[in-house]
Design a protein around this ligand. Sequence first.
Ligand code: GLC
Length: 414
Amino acid sequence: MTTRDAEARAILKGNDRGGYTVPTAGLYPYQWNWDSVFAAIGFAEHDMDRAWTEIETLMSGQWPNGMVPHILFHKVDPSYFPGPDIWRGVGPIPSSGISQPPIAATFTRWLLEMDGTFKHRARALVPGLIDWHRWFMTWRNEGGAIVVTHPWETGRDNCPDWDGPFAAIEPEGIEDYYRRDTTHVVEEERPRRWDYDRYLYLVKLGAECGWDEAHLREITPFRVADPTMTFTLLRSTRDLRVLADRMDLPTDDLDDWITELEGGSERLWNAELGTYDCLDIRSGQHTGVVSNASFLAWYAGVGGDRMQGHFDRITRATRFYVPSTDPAHPSYEPKRYWRGPVWAMMNMLIATGLREAGHDERAEALRVNTRDMIAENGFAEYFDPRDGAAAGGRNFTWTAAIWLAWASDSARRA
Ligand code: GLC
């Protein structure tokens, strides 16, 4: 075990709140959906039982309609805004009212393949996972492309993809609010006030209708099909199908969803720019951004090598990659959250796809690049692509987990 390995384990331990981990103390003091799934594969390197518990706690917050929330507010903590009183979730545990990239099925399969003795725990999770995927296919499906009703749902909070759709929104009637995020992290590395007004406006719309998806679909000004959601759902549904089949559960719906999502992925293809990007359903416009989510096409098993040209160009442009926004895009900002910085967990997903598509050298180069970025700069939330400088929160769960499960030379699955 190297020093960094020991540090990574200590971060997971320090962020463990008993059955779930927080992304980092202070800035994000609750359980986040996809953060927890990454935490699970970090735990899996040394404590398989704890890994399963992380996903089980996440699924315990599932709503009656199948949705699994993006935040579970297990214990109220005033250091975070907006909290449960603003969101007014309607599930069994106080929660937000939106979901997050559905990667849980993929990593449930990953855990099971690492150690088959936990099959009974996987079995108990699969029906809930199927219900969650059904929720996406029912409420967030626009011709097989998966839409979000809030940018936070994609996990890429302030990427330039939202600039166009947001410009069409007038955030009326939001009350005065006090942001807590900028008390933890410098403003230059966080979203702007302009974005926050719109984030809160969309939360208000949802909360006021009790998160009634049928109603929300009619009234929301924000309905954008997104590659993170479409590609992670497609990938996860493929993995869920494997799990269901192994457990002798019916797979017909899952097969239909896979076909539908494969077709829907094509709606995200922006032929003019030669990339997958977002499609604003309200305006019918593509958003015109090559982002790190565009490179999840391989992970979803679609598009062949369509993204290779952009990938090779962008990975040559900066010392550390994959930047969250194309450095050639006018809205690229190398330190501001999803407008430029590198995110280690996105790199792992991209590399997984590259390897499966037969690009072993690119996949390994991406792992080594990520390894060096973390080894030199620590377990930050995200990193400046130019020099790897740490940015955002520190002692970050998913960066530690990605180190343990993939980036470190001692990772078992590397
Ligand atoms: C931010 C990120 C999101 C993440 C959350 C907790 O909102 O954009 O992807 O899940 O923080 O780390």
